[in-house]
Design a protein around this ligand. Sequence first.
Ligand code: HEC
Length: 134
Amino acid sequence: MQISSNKKARAIVWFLLFYWQSIGLPNVFGQPSSLSDGIFTQKQANSGGDLYKAHCSHCHSQDFYQDIEISWAEMSVLDYWYRLRGTMPADNPRSLSDIQYLELLAWVLSVNGYPSGKKPLFAKSYLGLIKFGG
Ligand code: HEC
């Protein structure tokens, strides 16, 4: 009994260490690792809102983009950007620039209540580590 609970405790410690490493590592390089870190600027979100009005609002109401943490749970911010960039606007896919798709993403995040921050959103691999519903 005693031994098995020790083993369990040790397993938990190892798990926590690994978990901390996997989520904490990006911070070592000064990159945000969570949606609550403020991963986009307000300026990006504002530009994204203008793009939404011009290119998306005739098919999607703003409500469509909400509850992203449920509908995209376990998927990353990078996945979402790829989806936007590869398939939208449905009547003219890939018609916007990478930067415009980042601005749209920033706007979707702001509509979902995630905070803006000082650093702009970049299309880099760190976005693959930032997941919804985490
Ligand atoms: C011509 C109509 C149309 C336009 C314009 C349009 N969409 Fe869509 N969008 C759709 C349809 C239809 C789907 C569902 C397709 C599917 O998921 O297979 C969709 C799906 C999506 C999804 C996937 C949602 C999810 O949770 O899987 C996102 C995100 C999205 N659109 C964003 C945008 C953005 C951003 C724009 C503007 C750049 C845009 N759409 C413009 C018709 C449109």
